[in-house]
Design a protein around this ligand. Structure first.
Ligand SMILES: NC(=O)c1ccc[n+]([C@@H]2O[C@H](COP(=O)([O-])OP(=O)(O)OC[C@H]3O[C@@H](n4cnc5c(N)ncnc54)[C@H](O)[C@@H]3O)[C@@H](O)[C@H]2O)c1
Ligand SMILES: O=C(O)C(=O)C[C@@H](O)[C@H](O)[C@H](O)COP(=O)(O)O
Ligand SMILES: [Zn+2]
Length: 360
């Protein structure tokens, strides 16, 4: 399997799995779009590594290709950066037939996707994810957006890419801590959907961390299958898609309260542990399930505890979660390892218990 087909009401597209950028032009030609111009948009860490490689392979398309880079990191995932991208596109006369390529991690993908959703009321874009997190999660499904005053993804749009092109070799330059952050979303997929996937993660730690080609490709494909299946069934998060938010209610609150000094996947790991603890307190998970979950998180160098935050501050922050309905928190919990459900009836005491379980 070298590609996965994603079908949503907005768009059908493929996720291609490759070990170089070589096949990118041929997959762009398959779209049969006759693009007027292409912009490769990246951040200032990824661009020096990969922009010229991508530009070179795309020369065969005989289309004008420009590139634009912005300052990396979650702290720059905001409208100031979006303004810079709009300015670049307008100055260079990008039109409705132009194509944007998001080359980078989830921050680049979310912002280039949002630019594509809004520039001239919507133009095409392609995801070329280079971080583990983006290859297994953020490049798929069309959630695009930015943070505002630190509130995560509070401004955004659903806009599906024309294609996702995964070059697994880019993971070789990814910093170790960023790899661990991506593993947060991978572990999430296993916990909400597939107990056998969790066993695979437990049994292949060295191969996965060592970027063994077979192991890492298998992992990326398994996660992409889980994510694409969910978004195909519920593109706009009317129900099922909210399960992909497991660990994010508390995770997003911590991310904001820590001023983005902890990575997304690290905060999600803490949020998953808190939500698992609530599931345990309700009686769904056993002590050995809990040990298994925290051991796996620890094995992949993700945090199991955090200090410097009070439980009350975290609790107050939860009410900005996008799953909240009529001021009622809606948590994703585990029924067992590998199955999950939504619960909007949790009382404050239970939630506080979950939060306290991850505080040092
Ligand atoms: N849209 C979605 O469905 C979705 C899903 C999950 C997460 N997200 C969002 O994704 C973001 C996190 O994504 P991320 O972890 O990729 O963060 P990121 O984009 O900030 O990338 C992490 C860091 O690694 C660098 N980097 C990326 N690829 C590299 C490579 N191959 N070699 C060297 N350095 C590389 C980047 O420059 C950056 O400094 C968050 O904003 C999160 O909210 C969105
Ligand atoms: O694709 C989804 O749906 C997800 O929930 C994936 C999450 O990993 C991702 O972090 C997402 O951006 C969080 O959802 P949001 O609606 O709060 O942005
Ligand atoms: Zn996430």
């Amino acid at each position: 399997m070298n590609s996965i087909h994603v079908e949503t009401p907005l768009k059908n597209y493929n996720i291609h799995f490759e070990a170089s950028f070589k096949s990118l032009p041929e997959h762009i030609l398959e779209l049969k779009k006759n693009y007027s111009k292409i912009a490769i948009i990246s951040d200032d860490q990824v661009a020096p590594l990969y922009t010229s490689q991508v530009k070179t392979v795309l020369e065969s398309l005989n289309v004008e290709i420009l590139n634009f880079d912005f300052a990396h990191g979650e702290i720059n995932k905001n409208y100031k950066t979006i303004n810079l991208i709009y300015d670049f596109l307008i100055t260079n006369q990008f039109d409705r037939q132009s194509l944007l390529i998001a080359l980078g991690g989830g921050v680049v993908g979310d912002m280039v996707g949002f630019t594509a959703a809004t520039y001239m009321r919507g133009i095409d874009f392609i995801q070329v994810p280079t971080s583990l997190l983006a290859q297994v999660d953020s490049s798929i499904g069309g959630k695009t957006g930015i943070d505002f005053n630190g509130y995560k993804n509070i401004v955004g749009a659903f806009h599906q890419p024309e294609m996702v092109y995964v070059n697994t070799k880019t993971l070789r330059t990814l910093p170790t801590q960023e790899f661990a952050s991506g593993m947060g979303e991978v572990i999430k997929h296993s916990l909400i959907k597939d107990e056998a996937y969790m066993s695979f993660l437990e049994n292949n730690v060295d191969a996965i961390k060592g970027l063994n080609h077979e192991a890492i490709t298998e992992l990326i494909k398994l996660s992409c299958l889980i994510k694409s299946d969910v978004v195909s069934k519920d593109e706009r998060e009317q129900g099922l898609r909210a399960t992909l938010n497991f660990g994010h209610t508390i995770g997003h609150a911590i991310e904001r309260l820590m001023n983005f000094k902890r990575l997304h996947g690290e905060c999600v790991a803490l949020g998953m542990l808190a939500a698992s603890h609530i599931s345990y307190a309700i009686g769904h998970l056993t002590t050995s399930d809990m040990d298994r979950i925290s051991s796996l998180i620890d094995l992949y160098n993700l945090p199991v505890k955090i200090d410097g935050l009070s439980p009350e501050t975290i609790y107050t922050e939860l009410f900005f979660d996008k799953k909240t309905k009529h001021h009622q928190l809606n948590f994703v919990l585990l029924k067992t390892i590998g199955t999950c459900y939504m619960d909007n009836q949790l009382n404050e005491k239970l939630i506080m218990e979950g939060i306290k379980a991850i505080l040092k």
